[in-house]
Write a protein that binds this ligand. Structure first.
Ligand SMILES: NC(=O)c1ccc[n+]([C@@H]2O[C@H](COP(=O)([O-])OP(=O)(O)OC[C@H]3O[C@@H](n4cnc5c(N)ncnc54)[C@H](OP(=O)(O)O)[C@@H]3O)[C@@H](O)[C@H]2O)c1
Length: 203
């Protein structure tokens, strides 16, 4: 398979790249990528990336492990703060899906990334939780009407082991998710037949 990983240099992304590279051709894109630069908050940038990739031949799967949202107490979040998550993690991933048919093969797959905050939020995460929940609903609805029989899923995991040192204090009592376990979610989406699924990996 030929797989595009957006955010492939991040904590989660680099594990996805490492895992799928064992048996597949993987293209790594991201904001700081020299070869495949993309900012998912900018629709033109996504279209440019897909055009660039199409020139190398169509791909079988897109995995997006990129997107940001502002963390702060609800009382301190400005409207502009909410727009960070709406533009990046929510509409960024929605636009990754909207234009994917331009470079994906028939029956290809798209896998988005959210997180446990959609179902089990913690203090200071109203914006991130809202955006994650929005993507879950989007995936379930959009999967019904994807072009070219493209499958669409989202992996929603708890705090992953590689990032636990950074987020532990925000998530009291949440068990860290082993990286291998998190990868099962992406494998299930890319290699399986499921579509419209929110793949939850919370323990
Ligand atoms: N860490 C966790 O425990 C955890 C658990 C569940 C869900 N998540 C979610 O999973 C996603 C990835 O998390 P992570 O911990 O791997 O984050 P990370 O270490 O900060 O990595 C994010 C990656 O995405 C890229 N990126 C960020 N914004 C982008 C944009 N607008 N356009 C294109 N690329 C962009 C970054 O590229 P540059 O470095 O080049 O900017 C980086 O490679 C996030 O949405 C996060 O909320 C994380």
């Amino acid at each position: 398979m030929k797989i595009l990983v957006i955010g492939g240099k991040g904590t989660i992304g680099k594990r996805i790249v490492e895992y799928f590279s064992k048996e597949h051709q993987v293209i790594v894109a991201g904001r700081s990528s020299e070869k495949y630069p993309v900012d998912i908050a900018d629709t033109k940038s996504i279209k440019r990336l897909y055009k660039q990739i199409k020139k190398t031949g169509k791909i079988d799967a897109i995995i997006c492990a990129a997107g940001e949202a502002k963390w702060a107490p609800l009382k301190d979040l400005s409207e502009a703060d909410f727009h960070i998550g709406l533009r990046s993690k929510l509409m960024g991933q929605v636009n990754v899906v909207r234009y994917a048919h331009k470079c994906l093969r028939k029956k290809g797959s798209i896998t988005l990334t959210t997180g446990i905050l959609a179902d089990d939020p913690v203090y200071q995460t109203t914006s991130a939780a809202m955006v994650n929940g929005g993507i879950h609903s989007f995936v379930q609805a959009a999967a019904i009407e994807m072009r070219k029989k493209i499958r669409l899923n989202v992996v929603s995991s708890g705090v992953v082991m590689d990032a636990y040192h950074k987020y532990e204090s925000y998530f009291p009592g949440h068990p860290p998710i082993p990286m291998d376990k998190m990868l099962h979610g992406y494998r299930r989406s890319v290699m399986g037949r499921v579509t419209g699924e929110v793949i939850r990996i919370y323990s």
